[in-house]
Design a protein around this ligand. Structure first.
Ligand SMILES: Cc1ncc(COP(=O)(O)O)c(C=O)c1O
Length: 397
């Protein structure tokens, strides 16, 4: 075989080797946040493709407007007005490849290396990784079951500023927080807005789980509580249709969108997907969300019951009113990080707390996702996890 060309002297200084790997699945997969493939509304989506394309398919001959399909943006704006009390129109919404892209371009627009990005004390690792990639100094704020603790937020901002650091934004996942599971109360949201307002810092609201409520009262968005343009908002179709659709959205003041957009590559999002989703939104999506939430509630219950049957009282866990995750706390000193790979090889996957922590602490926690496995698989998998941890003397079952 011929020698392969060597690119070493050609890469740009900023490029990093982050080759896309294939995702490995354990037999009992509690790690990654997938929906149950059986729950996807395939028939309705196929019908949406057909009817959307009969009407507008020939428009695929053109590049769509940069912000993405105007009809889908209108439908998103309407949904946000109806369900999240947001005063927005289609012009305030831009479509992105999943909310992950929206999060990434906003981070790039706001972050210079060394700037401080504030997050909850444990935070979605996709965001954490993006913040780190662009050089943010990520600082976690302590939380309790009601959300971010405002006093801690205040003192962290004060401390960081006194050290000469520039605090750029607070990123928050206020609904069914990933990985912690709580929903921030209205009172806390107001306090968080007050504290960040006092220091003049934007709030970056990631609301991608807002639709996954199984029970309890809804809480309005941060965005709806502010009328000064200080809240930047992202949402997604990944959790209510499927991650493979790669469709999310960003709502932000014009100048923020303008700056963030300068980091978007590849032009507008897929018009094929946008047209399909727009059509589906006019049809069965609300019914699908209701059905999905009923199924997710049963899975949450199964996971909570299985944890109760297999782990003693020294292990505690959250019982979230929605979302996809149960957050489990093992006694101090238990190291779930050290054995994660071995446990995976034996058939059970999870993510341990240190992966979500800006400071790398928390290996006595695990996040268990109940979205993908069936109720039966959840029962079997949690029992298997307990057996493996017992056998490895990580935690006595
Ligand atoms: C809090 C949060 N934000 C953003 C994302 C990215 O989702 P997507 O890019 O598929 O919309 C996820 C995915 O799990 C998430 O949990």
């Amino acid at each position: 075989m011929a020698d392969q060309f060597n690119y070493d002297n050609f890469f740009s200084a900023g490029s990093q080797n982050s080759a896309p790997g294939s995702v490995r699945h354990a037999k009992y997969d509690f790690a990654v946040a997938y929906p149950d493939p059986e729950s996807l509304p395939l028939e309705d989506l196929i019908e949406s493709v057909r009817s959307g394309f009969e009407r507008e398919g020939r428009d695929l001959a053109y590049y769509s407007t940069a912000a993405g399909d105007p009809e889908l943006r209108r439908l998103v704006a309407e949904k946000l007005a109806r369900q999240r009390n947001m005063k927005v129109s289609a012009d305030d919404v831009v479509l992105t490849s999943g909310s992950g892209e929206a999060v990434g371009i906003v981070i790039q627009a706001l972050t210079d290396p060394g700037d401080v990005a504030l997050t909850e004390e444990f935070v979605y690792l996709g965001t954490l990784n993006q913040m780190r990639r662009y050089g943010a100094d990520v600082v976690g704020i302590r939380c309790d079951d009601d959300g971010i603790i405002p006093e801690d937020l205040d003192s962290v901002i004060t401390e960081q500023t006194a050290k000469g650091k520039k605090v750029k934004y607070l990123y928050t996942i206020p609904m069914f927080q990933n990985p912690l599971g709580w929903t921030m109360t209205l009172e806390r949201r107001k306090q968080v807005l007050e504290v960040t307002g006092k220091h003049g810092i934007p709030v970056f609201e990631d609301d991608c789980y807002a639709d996954l409520r199984f029970e309890g009262e809804d809480v309005t968005s941060f965005h709806s509580l502010d009328d000064t343009g200080r809240v930047i908002y992202v949402g997604s179709f990944s959790k209510i249709i499927a991650p493979g659709m790669r469709m999310g959205y960003l709502v932000a003041p014009k100048e923020v969108i303008g700056r963030a957009w300068s980091f978007k590559s590849g032009g507008a999002v897929s018009q094929f997907t946008a047209l399909t989703i727009a059509e589906y939104m006019k049809g069965g999506i609300d019914r699908h969300i209701e059905e999905q939430n009923r199924a997710l509630a049963a899975k949450r219950d199964a996971m909570v019951a299985a944890l109760g049957e297999n782990f003693g009282s020294s292990v505690t866990w959250t019982v979230p009113q929605g979302g996809l995750y149960v957050w489990v706390k093992f006694p101090e000193g238990t190291d779930l990080a050290a054995v994660q790979e071995e446990v995976f090889d034996e058939g059970v996957s999870y993510y341990n707390g240190s992966q979500f922590s800006p400071s790398g602490e928390g290996s006595n926690f695990v996040r268990l996702c109940f979205g993908h496995p069936s109720v039966t698989t959840i029962h079997e998998g949690i029992a298997e996890l307990a057996r493996i941890l017992d056998r490895k003397k990580v935690f006595p079952g």
